[in-house]
Design a protein around this ligand. Structure first.
Ligand SMILES: *Cc1c(COP(=O)(O)O)cnc(C)c1O
Length: 326
């Protein structure tokens, strides 16, 4: 199926009405956190993060891996849902859940693991909340012969044992975060023994861990580059809708970090399609309605550069029902 996989990723940046505010070093910080990205991201990922090109060639090895794991994914008509809600609309969904780890996250994990292997790294680290991103990284790392260490938010680590088992089956080491393995984790545990952890804290630990080993850190959702890797969803869907003779009038997606929505919607925007685009967020994390658009830190320790985003503030804690961050 390799010939059905797009040959290029789409980047929305050059099509924006105005340039995006760039990542920024925190004012008064001693070390450059943007410089830090140089040391933790695979070289090609860093390049892709700052590219202003509309199209980036997908390496053949990555296209083959996409095909190997089940791309292109199907577009399926939701007839029973249409009947149930009594609509005349024709509703289609693109079934990313068919990928082996159960979500679209593999689309971004595969290229990052490939580029880490290309750099000669021995291993990769990352954070995970519910375990979806961690499972994708574990599988992609294994596929390219890399070790992987996944820092899993402790409350999820305890609630979602099956996800943890899945990552371990793929050969990953899974650590509950905060852990004793990093300075940041130890300081958190000292301040709050039995801390349930958070995604931002797990991110800080994963970065510290990669830095100490000369490994690479794989980005789940904070940096724009993930949206480009996810564009395979929308690029495939464009071709599939054309084949079906349909022109979507409304494109809907759920938003956690924004990657599946962007992956689906941006290629349609880039192709000049006149659809309505609807991003849906959970009430428990009301970024769209109550968030402020300002520079904030993606991780709790403030290691990564600040990014301008809709933020509820660094101290916001979602209720336990929300397993944010994949
Ligand atoms: C991670 C995840 C999300 C939310 O993340 P986005 O970056 O917004 O796509 C939504 N659905 C599933 C199944 C996920 O794994």
């Amino acid at each position: 199926m390799v010939d059905l996989i797009p040959e290029y990723w789409y980047n929305v940046i050059p099509d924006l009405p105005e340039p995006l505010p760039p990542p920024m070093d925190p004012p008064g910080g001693a070390d450059s956190s943007i410089g830090l990205l140089n040391r933790i991201l695979p070289r090609a990922v860093l390049e892709h993060q700052f590219t202003v090109e509309r199209w980036t060639k997908i390496p053949d090895e990555v296209r083959e891996a996409y095909a190997n794991f089940g791309r292109p994914t199907s577009v399926i008509r939701a007839r029973r849902l249409e009947e149930r809600i009594g609509t005349k609309a024709r509703i289609y969904y693109k079934y990313e859940g068919a990928l082996p780890t159960g979500s679209h996250k593999l689309n971004a994990a595969i290229p990052q693991a490939y580029f880490a292997a290309e750099d000669g790294a021995e291993g990769v680290s990352t954070e995970t909340g519910a375990g979806q991103w961690g499972a994708a990284v574990a599988l992609a790392a294994r596929f390219y012969g890399l070790q992987s260490s996944i820092f899993m938010v402790r409350s999820s680590y305890e609630q979602k044992r099956e996800r943890r088992a899945l990552m371990e089956i793929f050969g990953a080491e899974v650590h509950p975060s905060p852990s004793e393995l990093t300075g940041f984790g130890r300081s958190m545990l000292a301040a709050e023994p039995g801390s349930p952890g958070s995604l931002g804290a797990a991110m800080s630990e994963a970065i510290e861990y990669a830095l100490a080993r000369g490994w690479r850190y794989l980005v789940g959702s904070v940096l724009d580059v993930v949206l480009m890797y996810q564009s395979v969803i929308g690029l495939e869907a464009l071709a599939q809708m054309e084949e079906l003779g349909e022109e979507p009038s409304l494109i809907v997606g759920c938003v956690g970090g924004g990657s599946n929505f962007a992956g689906m919607a941006y290629p349609f925007m880039g192709a000049g399609r006149k659809a309505r685009f609807l991003a849906v967020g959970p009430r428990e994390v009301p970024k769209f309605s109550a968030g402020r658009y300002e520079y904030d830190f993606p991780d709790s320790a403030g290691i990564l550069p600040m990014v301008k985003m809709l933020t509820l503030g660094r101290s916001f804690r979602p209720p336990p029902i929300y397993s944010g961050g994949g």
